[in-house]
Design a protein around this ligand. Structure first.
Ligand code: AKB
Length: 323
């Protein structure tokens, strides 16, 4: 029997692309997209869409019952930069939504759950190079605190109640379809948009700030792969380190300049610099590579090629189907 999937937060950067991928894999009728509002019309109009409030247990449960859902991807979250502006809102959204979904798992309404964690679980006392799976974790952002506490609860619900919850520590995700919102790594998406629309970019991080990053296609592949893996292969039930590439603003600017020699970058670090400084430069994800055979595909050059190609089409050669 095919699983019936609910994506909560389907209008967002990762949720929207995950929706299209899961529909391609499992069929339109088996993947229900949901969000708190109709903010992404491409998703709203693309298939079954429900309004679901991730902070309301009954709202999620009634959607689960209505569509006989057995698998939830909980993609709704407030990210690091916005979380620093609204600490309590970030705590409430990120933690309450996770509890609701874990409790639906515990009560056997759903069989399988995906919940994203982040490199934000690490902090200034974590080793910055080749950050191990098991290491010091003292996050200094509200977002990081919610992700770390969430990881602990995922593991707890798995060990105590047998809930099949699976999780990845996403790095910064680069994509061209839907803009990210409120993250510290967002610069690595904005820079491509501004390169195409303005030919220049003012970066809110310093030129030598190295952070772990990944192309959306790789992030979606990792998400699908960990959810497809046999239960016993998923040995870590807090969250897996996940890695592809790392680069600095200067390096991404150079890769853009290789294709657009006139592109100019300037630097005006703001409050997000401190957040970035607290995170690892690169990540050791050997457990994911061993346990469920994770492998990334896109390097910086391939990402830049694809981003500039797609954004040029989007802004300079719009078609009826462009969003
Ligand atoms: C953010 O910058 O807050 C996110 C993340 C690394 O989880 N992209």
């Amino acid at each position: 029997m095919k699983s019936k999937i609910l994506i909560i937060g389907a209008c967002g950067q990762i949720g929207s692309e995950l929706t299209f991928k899961l529909r391609a894999l499992y069929g339109d009728a088996n993947v229900i997209a949901s969000d708190i509002n109709y903010s992404n019309l491409e998703i709203v109009n693309a298939g079954i869409f429900e309004i679901v409030d991730a902070q309301n247990y009954e709202s999620i449960k009634s959607c689960v019952e209505k569509h006989k859902i057995d698998t939830i991807y909980l993609m709704a979250a407030m990210l690091s930069a916005t979380g620093e502006k609204y600490p309590m809102k970030a705590w409430d959204l990120n933690v309450e939504s996770l509890f609701h979904v874990l409790n639906l798992g515990r009560a056997k309404f759903v069989k399988k759950i995906f919940w994203p964690s982040s490199i934000a679980v690490f902090g200034p006392t974590t080793p910055k190079e080749f950050t191990p799976q098991y290491t010091i974790m003292e996050p200094t952002t509200v977002y990081g605190i919610t992700k770390q506490v969430g990881e602990r609860w995922c593991e707890y619900y798995n060990k105590k109640y047998g809930v099949d919850v699976r999780s990845l520590r996403y790095p910064g995700i680069i994509s061209w379809k839907t803009l990210p919102g409120g993250g510290t790594t967002d610069y690595a998406v904005e820079i491509y948009h501004k390169a195409i629309t303005h030919g220049n970019y003012e970066c809110f991080l310093a030129e030598d700030t190295e952070l772990p990053m990944m192309f959306m296609d790789d992030a979606i592949k990792a998400t699908v792969d960990i959810m497809k893996a046999p239960k016993d292969a998923v040995k870590i039930r807090s969250s897996y380190n996940l890695s592809a590439i790392s680069f600095t603003p200067k390096q991404i600017a150079e890769s853009i300049k290789a294709q657009m020699p006139d592109f100019k970058i300037t630097y005006a670090p703001d409050y997000r610099q401190e957040i970035a400084n607290s995170w690892p430069k690169n990540i050791n994800d050997s457990y994911a590579r061993q346990d469920w055979k994770w492998k990334h595909q896109f390097n910086l050059e391939a990402i830049t090629n694809e981003m500039l190609l797609q954004l040029d089409k989007k802004y300079n050669q719009p078609t009826e189907n462009s969003n």
